[in-house]
Design a protein around this ligand. Structure first.
Ligand code: AMP
Length: 379
């Protein structure tokens, strides 16, 4: 199977042409001085290089995006007005269509809705890597109807992630964390095959701990996956935490919680206590694995890093990755947020924008939106 995605380069001059660009502008917004405003414009800024190439070639560019979860209905809370204001300040030439998810046809991948989007357009570009694991109309239908191509970021993001899996410099160390084992078991199975070491932290590590017969108190746990976790550990290259930091069940989270409430545990967590971060010995073992790595993939925090009392594990991992000279790819909203809160986002090789999409690409090697571009009859 050829994995090459059609590129905008083959189109040449776009003088007088109209180009529809599917972007992922699903950015955080908050009210500032009474006006709903984008609080982190990273996603909008990342589309600018593509917009600039298209504008330079003479195109009229119209962008379209989903925004929040209006569930197929017009819901003013999810109107794109704040995104438009932000885009206007960056590139006033670009028009932005209203939220694609105001129409039920978007998430239903409805052919007629998809066809209505491309009316009046000559070309379509998918620059929404973070939405390309979803078979939604704006991703799937345009490539069947008009000449279509992958955007610059989409190309780069896919190439980076696939290169990591195809020919990683070794040792290849993958670090997987986050809340739920259910969400990441698939990718962990793939990584256990491809990587030399898979480091597991976060809430999901406790299901692994139970599969080894350890006690975990009231920590996060999913009984349906104990056997699969046990099987992964049998492979011998999956490292789980050997100690933890946490709280007595029912203690307050967040800024109201006191440092005195924090308890350190060895590999067993007593009844009535909850693990919320990896402990100091785990940090040491994980950092040692990372220090010799030549390729690193990180997705998911090591603890409840939003509460500073349980951010030490995530911060130590972020610092170990930033200090490493390995090719390092960081994906997932929480890991990227953690990395930038420590000011380290420029110390890794690549920050992947699409959390779910990057997990699915690593796990399955392809995405519906990429297939749609490759299989376009216009190629
Ligand atoms: P995910 O979306 O699966 O990557 O999970 C990210 C979330 O996992 C973050 O909001 C963390 O607060 C949470 N998390 C990490 N470690 C733990 C833990 N030990 N217990 C509960 N939640 C956790």
């Amino acid at each position: 199977m050829s994995r090459t995605l059609p590129s905008i380069d083959r189109w040449g001059s776009l003088e007088g042409k109209r180009v529809l660009v599917r972007v992922d502008f699903n950015a955080p917004v908050a009210e500032i001085d009474g006006v709903l405003s984008v609080t982190d414009d990273f996603r909008l800024r990342s589309a600018l290089p593509l917009f600039d190439v298209l504008l330079e070639r003479g195109a009229t560019v119209v962008a379209c995006t989903h925004f929040g979860r209006p569930e197929g209905r017009v819901d003013e809370r999810y109107a794109v007005a704040p995104l438009r204001r932000c885009l206007e300040s960056l590139r006033p030439e670009i028009e932005l269509l209203e939220n694609l998810r105001f129409h039920p046809g978007e998430e239903a991948n409805d052919a007629a809705y998809g066809a209505s989007l491309v009316v009046g357009f000559d070309y379509y570009v998918n620059e929404a890597f973070g939405a390309s694991h979803r078979a939604h109309a704006s991703i799937m239908v345009p490539p069947t109807l008009i000449p279509s191509a992958a955007g610059l970021n989409l190309q780069r993001e896919v190439a980076t992630l696939l290169a990591l899996l195809d020919s990683p410099a070794r040792p290849f160390v993958a670090v997987i964390g986050g809340a739920k084992v259910k969400d990441k078991l698939g990718i962990m199975k793939v990584l256990a095959e491809k990587a030399d070491v898979v480091v597991v932290g976060g809430g999901m590590a406790y299901t692994f701990a139970v599969s080894e017969g350890r006690r975990i108190g009231t920590s996060l746990f999913d009984g349906s996956f104990v056997d699969e976790c046990a099987a992964l550990l049998e492979g011998g290259n999956v490292l789980i935490p050997v100690d933890a930091r946490g709280l007595a069940a029912g203690s307050a989270f967040g800024p109201d919680g006191g440092a005195d409430d924090v308890v350190e545990f060895d590999e067993n967590i007593p009844d009535g206590f909850m693990g919320l971060d990896i402990g100091p010995s785990s940090i040491e073992i994980f950092a040692a694995a990372l220090s010799s790595a030549r390729t690193i993939l990180w997705n998911g925090p090591m603890g409840v890093f939003e509460d500073p009392r349980f951010g030490a594990g995530t911060e130590a991992i972020a610092r170990a990755i930033a200090a490493s000279s390995a090719v390092s790819v960081v994906g997932g909203g929480d890991s990227v947020a953690a990395l930038s809160s420590y000011g380290l986002e420029h110390d890794v090789s690549f920050v992947s924008t699409g959390g779910g999409a990057s997990l699915e690409l690593v796990e399955l090697g392809d995405l519906p939106g990429l297939r749609a571009l490759r299989e376009s009859p216009w190629n």
